[in-house]
Design a protein around this ligand. Structure first.
Ligand code: 6PG
Length: 477
């Protein structure tokens, strides 16, 4: 017998993905550099389906039916290149290498190009959902050739999460690096969502005076409404958890320095290159790095702040409702920014990404899965060329309805000295976009003054320069 798919790299994600394929009736070849890991998988989970244990790269490749489908689940960067170099010489034209790690899309583009020259399909694939997702159904974002998707798609559809309407959470995102690009932006949005939730929590605690357990209940309630999402759900779980060693709320015994592995940072770096304003995502990345500057924070602790004023119980309740509005409005803005980045990437690299399909496959399995994505999908389905999510009537109306509370929450945060970079950046983006005139006109004037950089006029075509050092007359540039 031969295997329909093989997985090499059997750390927790790879192992669970291999099990997922096997549980869905596929024969799975498993391989790991340290053979004992592959043996352990087969010993522990062999009864879940059909596995073929491969001890060497040669055995692994020989175990696969042709065209071969070989999933690599190793660390992004050099380890991925090393594995490709090990296996590519053993493969034949038409075979597929599926990279399910969190690779940088530029690496994926390079690898795809190199392997294409040898007739091998390289399918850079974003996989979201953590360990549980890998096992029970992740959201899957494959790039690579159309041809490879024809062969792989049905298998991925089988092992993927299913949205509430039964649709599999996988689509062929686009050629070469498109899948990993979309996964990267998914993670940027994940950072923004987490930051916004963090700000909501801090406000409920420091301004409204609620305990972590009470805030957990508030999040539980929010989770029954329009904020219904995986991240809100687990927030309630984390906040209600009590540390057994100390009896304190768990959240109070964790060091408040957030770490990151890089995908959120990439989202911002690429956005800068593409010229896309992802200010909310950027603030989320910066907030994590600020939290990690322990020495700087220690040195800053004595700095002056406002005198805190406590809210009454009824005021606190009303404030919590406002925070929900602020959180929802800010969330709309981060998704607006993330989808803008995907649209810009798609344009730049000719990927022809269907934004409606992307929102559809994020409805289940992934970390940012949320009821809200159904509405984003409807917005893009109704108008695939929607210039921005904010131009969708439903979202525009919701923000219109939320904006007073949104502003009030930021005012309260400012008055009480609670940092809300995510909420504020989102509101600033919204206000700047809807502004009749921006101070960018003044910026252009300054640039022309000190560097003769020229400007365009509102009333005439062409570029102009004012003779600032002379008689201040205007000349065509
Ligand atoms: C997912 C996640 C995952 C990511 C982790 C950690 O979609 O399953 O996005 O891919 O690696 O969330 O990210 P950080 O360590 O950067 O927070």
């Amino acid at each position: 017998t031969s295997a329909q798919i093989g997985v090499t790299g059997l750390a927790v994600m790879g192992r669970n993905l291999a099990r997922n394929f096997a549980r869905n009736g596929y024969t799975v070849a498993v391989h790991n550099r340290t053979v004992s890991r592959a043996q352990a998988l087969v010993e522990e989970f062999g009864d879940e389906g059909d596995f073929i244990l491969a001890e060497t790269a040669k055995e692994f490749v020989a175990a696969l039916e042709r065209p071969r489908r070989l999933v690599i689940m190793v660390k992004a960067g050099d380890p991925t290149d090393a594995v490709i170099q090990e296996f590519a010489p053993l493969l034949e034209p038409g075979d597929m290498i599926i990279d399910g790690g969190n690779a940088h899309f530029a690496d994926t583009r390079r690898r795809e190009r190199e392997l294409r020259e040898r007739g091998i399909h390289f399918v850079g694939t974003g996989i979201s959902g953590g360990e549980e997702g890998a096992l029970h159904g992740p959201s899957i974002m494959p790039g690579g050739s159309k041809e490879s998707y024809e062969s792989l798609g049905p298998m991925l559809e089988k092992i993927s999460a299913k949205a509430k309407d039964g649709a599999p959470c996988v689509t062929h995102v686009g050629p070469d690096g498109a899948g990993h690009f979309v996964k990267m932006v998914h993670n940027g949005i994940e950072y923004a969502d987490m930051q916004l939730i963090g700000e909501a929590y801090q406000l409920l605690r420091d301004v409204a005076g609620y305990s972590p357990a009470q805030i957990a209940d508030i999040f539980r309630t929010w989770n029954t409404g329009r904020l219904d999402s995986y991240l809100i759900e687990i927030t309630a779980e984390v906040l209600s958890h009590v540390d057994s060693a100390t009896g304190k709320p768990f959240v109070d015994v964790v060091v408040d320095q957030a770490e990151q592995k890089g995908t959120g940072r990439w989202t911002v770096q690429i956005a800068l290159d593409l010229g896309v304003p992802v200010s909310g995502i950027a603030e989320a990345v910066f907030a994590r790095s600020l939290s990690g500057h322990a020495a700087l924070r220690d040195a800053s602790r004595g700095l002056a702040g406002p005198k805190p004023a406590a809210l009454s119980e009824s005021e606190a309740g009303a404030f919590a409702d406002r925070v929900e509005q602020a959180l929802y409005a800010s969330k709309i803005v981060s998704y607006t920014q993330g989808f803008h980045e995907i649209a810009a990437g798609s344009e730049e690299y000719d990927w022809d990404i269907d934004l409606g399909a992307v929102s559809s496959i994020w409805r289940g399995g992934c970390i940012i899965r949320a009821a809200f994505l159904d509405r984003i999908r409807s917005a893009y389905d109704a108008r695939p060329d929607l210039p921005s999510l904010l131009s969708d009537e439903t979202f525009a109306q919701e923000i219109a309805q939320a904006q007073d509370d949104w502003r009030e929450v930021i005012i309260a945060a400012t008055r009480q000295g609670v940092a809300v970079p995510g909420f504020s950046a989102a509101l600033a983006y919204y206000d700047a976009l809807r502004a009749e005139r921006l101070p960018a006109a003044l910026t252009q004037g300054q640039r022309d003054f000190f560097g003769a950089h020229t400007y365009r006029r509102v009333d005439r075509e062409g570029a102009f320069h004012t003779l600032w050092g002379g008689d201040r007359s205007e000349v065509p540039a």
